[in-house]
Design a protein around this ligand. Structure first.
Ligand code: TXA
Ligand code: MG
Length: 358
């Protein structure tokens, strides 16, 4: 598995019952300042110990991530937040009871254990307790928080397997770094990010905890509608950038049924475009699990336009739609009129004209 150019150590463990001796060795690597990619229930993270500024700086280098984009700190349990955040408000205890361990990141004023290298010099820090046996054992063995963004090239499709990590980052990691392979991640999309540092709770990113569930615990929450930050502007969470989670092949989001998608396929074929529908299960949980693998697969196929059909906008479906919308750079199609089809054809030929050497 993995690319030949990969230089990081690829270490396999059982995803449910990881060998603790192996976990201890990997924890020692983290403490010594190496980077470790590891599975969580959402996606693979690229981790560094929060007390190793040298390693934290390398996360940004390896990912090609802007220095302005803060990292999430992963901890083993609520108690381990002491010093990571300035204080633990009652609202966080309620959220922890309801969702931790699990796919919820909470943004709070940062504590003394968290430096500028983690927060991008900001006053707050995002924290979460992941629900994955490998992540949990690793956190306990390291004994300090692990800062980890998703283990992909910045802006690219997130990784749900160790092979995805090696494909994206293998050649950029060093021989002391580790890719800890605990199998495919079960949930498949990133955590929901909620900001509790302001006057009112605000959702910064839709994800593994559905908004409906969050509202049930917090009451009112801002930012539950789809929001995008215009390209090139500073933003609270780059997960809110319009272009994010994107495959290399152009993708459009079809807001309609499969009938619309198949009429578009026919119309595009007639105009010599090679489109394909991104094949996702209708059930949102299943769709989330396979979303990023399906995107990577279709991206590698001989296709010049990907049609992704939006899911029903409720529960995890919102998190999936949000990622499709951003992968589409906000290009949404709602009909198969001639104008729509011509616009799609122009998009594909525009790309070809740029890609073709003259
Ligand atoms: O499920 C996940 O959250 C995965 C796994 C590895 O835990 N991590 C992840 O990290 O998706 P990343 O860095 O790819 O996305 C974190 C998002 C970014 O959009 C970042 O800007 C935002 O959370 N974020 C992190 N800390 C923040 C803070 N202090 N204030 C505002 N946004 C923050
Ligand atoms: Mg990411």
């Amino acid at each position: 598995m993995g690319s030949r150019s990969a230089r990081a150590r690829h270490v396999e463990v059982d995803g449910l019952h990881p060998d603790l001796a192996v976990i201890d060795q990997v924890a020692a690597s983290l403490r010594a300042g190496s980077l470790v990619a590891f599975p969580t229930e959402t996606v693979y993270g690229l981790g560094a110990a929060i007390d190793r500024p040298d390693a934290l700086a390398r996360i940004f280098e390896v990912k090609g991530r802007p220095a302005t984009d803060p990292l999430i700190v992963h901890v083993a349990d609520l108690e381990s937040l002491v010093g990571v955040v300035a204080e633990i408000p009652a609202g966080v205890v309620d959220l922890a009871d309801a969702f931790w361990p699990g796919p919820l990141t909470v943004v709070l004023p940062r504590g003394r254990l968290v430096g500028d290298a983690v927060t991008a010099s900001g006053p707050t820090v995002g924290v979460r307790v992941p629900a994955h046996p490998v992540a949990e054992r690793l956190l306990r063995a390291v004994g300090v928080g692990i800062a980890a963004p998703s283990a992909n090239r910045f802006g690219h499709v997130s990784p749900t397997t160790a092979a995805h990590v090696l494909d994206d980052l293998g050649s950029r990691l060093g021989s002391a770094d580790v890719v800890l392979d605990g199998g495919a991640t079960p949930l498949g999309i990133e955590s929901t990010v909620v900001d509790l540092s302001g006057a009112r709770p605000a959702v910064l990113r839709h994800g593994g905890v559905p908004i409906e569930d969050l509202v049930a615990v917090l009451g009112e929450v801002d930012g539950t509608e789809r929001r995008v930050a215009p390209e090139g502007t500073a933003t609270a969470a780059p997960g809110g950038l319009l272009r994010h989670y994107a495959p290399d092949t152009p993708l459009v989001l079809v807001e309609g049924d499969l009938g619309l998608a198949s009429r578009l396929l026919d119309a595009l074929h007639e105009r010599r475009v090679r489109p394909r529908v991104l094949d996702l299960p209708a059930a949102a949980e299943r769709a989330a699990t396979v979303l990023y693998s399906a995107m990577r697969e279709i991206d590698a196929a001989d296709v010049d336009l990907i049609l992704a059909v939006a899911l029903e906008p409720k529960g995890l479906g919102r998190g999936v739609n949000d990622r499709l919308f951003r992968a589409a750079h906000g290009r949404v199609v709602i009909d198969d009129s001639d104008v729509t089809v011509e616009r799609l054809v122009a998009q594909v030929s525009g790309r070809d004209a740029r890609a073709r050497p003259r």
